[in-house]
Design a protein around this ligand. Structure first.
Ligand code: PLP
Length: 357
């Protein structure tokens, strides 16, 4: 295919270094108690792995609906309004297969999550680059003007946004929903990290049948290896996704592991406060070094600005800490690790900044 020529496969470095702070994973592995429960859940399905899994993942979707209702009273979710796939990347792919395609357009506000435009292109959908504000926020009037000007079939919003960490004001999401002619996807991969006083888009679902809210177990839930993403939307949206998904896309093992993780959600999400606290300390420290730092409601921080970010990134890596070159050209992103990992990063960056002088 001509439009794939010259493209690179997805390639966040997976280097074997001591401190990996480049893909916004949760640094805390499952506790021994949870490892035991996960093992038992896998053993329970192992005896019937000769059979295909429940292709509609009904029990898992019911558990997800219960979890989301507890998280956001008023969301009014049931299994019919929730869908799951192998990571929210597959969720995004299915959304584009169902609502995009040749002749259709998707719009996003840059800088944002790079896979939105990439999966859009691969699905044959045209991508429209609108821009976030200077401070990486999204002014509702400007956002509405962009949507009215381009009339896209799909609008992608990310809140909190990757790579900037910025949470969207609810007014911006509601204003866009009022004018968007097609689907509005709010990617809340980092939704659990947002400030408690901010709205989750889940609250808007009952009044907006064209809204899709996506979440993942890869970040706050500390289950990136499981590959479980999910969404909440109108049942008609899920009926459309049923038409494009591959048969039996979610393995029985994935479903069992995800259900067990949900049953232990309190324990897993117990790390969120620790990570938020660590993030706020890091933001304060980066600012005290005279660096610019984007406000973050997520488990990572975008900081800069560097005339040659590659040099700083490399100098930090030379000391065994992997961070990410992503976002606007002068900025770098660091994921929040354990307090020991963050301390190692601070000292690596201090050395790197001295070398760069
Ligand atoms: N959405 C955003 C904004 C992300 O940052 C990521 C991962 O970094 C994803 C979606 C994909 O997550 P996963 O496919 O692991 O659920």
């Amino acid at each position: 295919r001509d439009d794939l020529r010259g493209r690179e496969p997805y390639g966040a470095p997976q280097l074997d270094v001591a401190v990996r702070l480049n893909t916004n994973e949760n640094p805390y592995p499952p506790s021994p108690r949870l490892v035991k429960a996960l093992g038992e859940a896998v053993a329970e399905v192992a005896g019937s792995l000769n059979r295909y899994p429940d292709r509609d993942a009904v029990a898992l979707r019911a558990d997800l609906a219960d979890f989301l209702n507890a998280d956001t009273p008023g969301a009014g979710l049931t299994a019919e309004r929730v869908w799951a796939a192998n990571g929210s990347n597959e969720i995004i792919q299915q959304i584009l297969q169902a609502f995009g395609g040749p002749g259709r357009r998707a719009l996003g506000f840059e800088p944002s999550y790079s896979m939105h435009p990439i999966i859009t292109h691969v699905s044959g959908t045209a991508w429209i680059d609108a821009q976030r504000d200077e401070d990486f926020g999204l002014d509702p009037e400007r956002a509405v003007a962009a949507v009215e000007a381009h009339r896209p079939d799909i609008v992608f919003l990310t809140s909190p946004n990757n790579p900037t960490g910025t949470a969207l004001p609810p007014e911006a999401i509601e204003a866009i929903l009022e004018v968007a002619p097609g689907m509005v996807v709010v990617d809340e991969a980092y939704g659990e990290f947002r400030r408690e006083d901010t709205l989750s888009s889940l609250e808007l679902l009952p009044d907006h049948p064209r809204l899709i809210v996506t979440r993942t177990m890869s970040k706050a839930f500390a289950m990136a290896g499981t590959r479980l993403g999910y969404l909440a939307a109108d049942p008609a949206v899920i009926e459309a996704l049923l038409l494009v998904r591959l048969p039996y896309h979610l393995s029985a093992v994935t479903q069992a592991v995800a259900r067990t993780a949900l049953a232990h959600s309190e324990e897993l999400l117990g790390t969120v406060d620790t990570l938020r606290h660590e993030r706020d300390l890091l933001v304060g420290w980066l600012r005290s070094q005279g660096l610019r730092v984007a406000d973050s409601d997520a488990n990572f921080v975008l900081f800069g600005t560097f005339a040659d970010r590659r040099r700083v990134w490399r100098a930090v890596l030379d000391q065994g800490v992997l961070i990410r070159e992503v976002g606007p050209p002068e900025w770098l992103r660091v994921s929040i690790g354990t307090s020991e990992e963050t301390a190692t990063f601070r000292s690596a960056l201090t050395t790197a900044l001295k070398e760069a002088q």
